[in-house]
Design a protein around this ligand. Structure first.
Ligand code: SF4
Ligand code: SF4
Length: 60
């Protein structure tokens, strides 16, 4: 099963862009923490979008 994307905190600049592109509205950015809810369908849109390469789709 494809996992919910993992956020690499060393790369993320908390621009909030991924939150806006998620078609499920599954992402929530609070200050320096991103939460991904169970609504995530693992579509990978946010992973492709992130300009910093901070989202890892197949993170274990
Ligand atoms: S788009 Fe990338 S850098 Fe921007 S908040 Fe999302 S994970 Fe972080
Ligand atoms: S994988 Fe798709 S549904 Fe899940 S958080 Fe990213 S954009 Fe949203």
């Amino acid at each position: 099963m494809v996992k919910i994307p993992k956020i690499n905190k060393d790369r993320c600049c908390y621009c909030g862009g991924c939150v806006g592109v998620c078609p499920q509205n599954a992402m929530d950015l609070r200050e320096t923490e991103i939460r991904i809810s169970e609504n995530c369908t693992r579509c990978g849109v946010c992973v492709k979008f992130c300009p910093a390469g901070a989202l890892e789709k197949d993170a274990k």
